[in-house]
Design a protein around this ligand. Structure first.
Ligand code: IUR
Length: 430
């Protein structure tokens, strides 16, 4: 077996690592026998050299094997969805119970928001009492009870990723397709899924700003999933403007509930329907689209969301009375300065503005104000007259309101003619 420094040299010079070599390296990183500076050097070598397909599948296997896999006794196919993150992306909140209401088991492990993107766990924690942290046994019991849980990753799952992700953040090695895809896929595959649907966001508010780069990431993740025997499908979807009308936490929960009550915004409802259909199809169910529509129309998705919230310690009555969710004390309206059509809305600027109002974190140790956020009254294509409200900023802490308002203003571009219609779902991969 090569030593750690020989493995780094081998990768640096364009070699391909073997499974037992990667396992040796990762277990040394986790138990501390291989120092962080050697791990950082290997990450940089991978950043520049990339990885062969088999080597990447092996890296993912070794990452999963650095910790425990989830043991869930439920009968029925297990399917999850992962989004690469965007602004106003509250899809998971309504999608997980909706799909579970159709008989598929959804053991969803989610994350927190950072920078301009929000996180599913932060959003759910705006529901009074809602818990997102469980040990592996309790997580499994919750899945077995309702067929759905949305919670944080437990400490024992893929510990290698926690170390490597933090190192990547400080060594300029985040933006590497093999490192991103093995990080995401190891955590999903540790759930022992039958199938996985990926929502790879493309556009101003996404990690991948071009379709070409997003396609490479999507294909790579689909390849890893398939090589692990998990049916994996990816959709490239537009993040050129925020999804739905609400950006924040409590207001996003309310909007997700509105989808399950049949009155959700068209773009969000379309995405939930498409991804939900793909999850059912991947689970081997026929008439997937009809089943999703029926779970929406009958209220079965809403009922399961209520049960999921209650099982996780939250107040399930919010699904009937979303107006009881935390609300901000103050509001500031931004109005159109002239007549026209909304030509574009820079999703990243909206996300950063929401963060400035308190809805997000600049660093992982910041706390989130669940009531803060932005409501957009006009979206791309809307006709507006001078003086119409474009967006409403909601806040408790007024410190950064002026800066946030200026940012939201800059995010909107008005034009004399309506923009060309652009699809939300750009491509399916896999
Ligand atoms: N999310 C992950 O889980 N891993 C990554 O590397 C990135 C996002 I970037």
């Amino acid at each position: 077996m090569r030593s750690a420094s020989e493995l780094i040299r081998h990768k640096r010079d364009g070699g391909v690592l073997e499974l037992d070599e990667i396992r040796y390296f990762l277990s040394g990183v986790v138990d501390g026998s291989i120092p962080r500076y050697q791990a950082a050097a290997l990450l940089m070598a991978i950043f520049f050299r990339g990885m062969a397909d088999r080597e990447l599948a092996d890296l993912t296997t070794a990452m999963i094997d650095s910790g425990e896999r989830l043991e869930i006794g439920s009968s029925g196919p297990k399917v999850d969805k992962h989004s690469t993150g965007g602004v106003g992306d509250k899809v998971s909140l309504c999608l997980a119970p909706l799909v579970a209401a159709c008989g598929v088991v959804v053991p969803m492990m989610s994350g927190r928001g950072l920078g301009h993107t929000g996180g599913t766990l932060d959003k759910l924690e705006s529901i009074p009492g809602f818990r997102t942290s469980f040990g592996a046994a309790e997580f499994a019991r919750l899945v077995e009870t309702n067929g759905v849980v949305i919670a944080g990753q437990s400490e024992s799952v893929v510990p290698a990723d926690r170390i490597l992700y933090a190192l990547r953040d400080t060594t300029a090695t985040v933006a590497s397709v093999p490192l991103i895809s093995s990080s995401i896929m190891s955590k999903k595959l540790a759930e022992r899924l039958d199938a996985l649907v990926l929502d790879v966001k493309v556009g101003t508010g996404a990690f991948m700003e071009s379709v070409d780069r997003a396609r490479v990431l999507a294909r790579t993740m689909v390849g890893i999933g398939e090589s692990h025997g998990v049916r994996t499908t990816a959709f490239l979807t537009s993040m050129d403007q925020p999804l739905g009308y609400e950006v924040g936490n409590a207001n996003e929960v309310a909007e997700a509930i509105s989808v399950l009550r049949g009155g959700g915004p068209p773009d969000l409802t379309e995405l939930v329907t498409v991804l939900g259909g793909a999850m059912l199809e991947a689970a081997g169910l026929d008439l997937a689209g009809a089943r999703i529509r029926s779970a929406l129309d009958s209220g079965a998705g809403l009922d399961l969301m209520r049960r999921m919230i209650e099982a996780q310690g939250g107040d399930g009555s919010v699904v009937d009375r979303p107006e009881t969710l935390p609300a901000a004390a103050r509001a500031r309206r931004l109005r159109a300065e002239r007549d026209g059509y909304v030509a574009s809305i820079d999703a990243r600027r909206i996300g950063v503005a929401a963060m400035q109002l308190g809805a997000g974190r600049r660093t992982m140790t910041d706390t989130v104000d669940h009531a803060a956020g932005i409501t957009m009254s006009a979206k791309v294509g809307s006709a507006v007259a001078r003086g119409d409200v474009l967006a409403t900023l909601r806040f408790n802490d007024a410190r950064n309101v002026e800066a946030a308002a200026a940012r939201v203003s800059r995010a909107y571009t008005l034009a004399g003619r309506p923009p060309e219609e652009r699809p939300l779902i750009l491509e399916e991969v896999g």
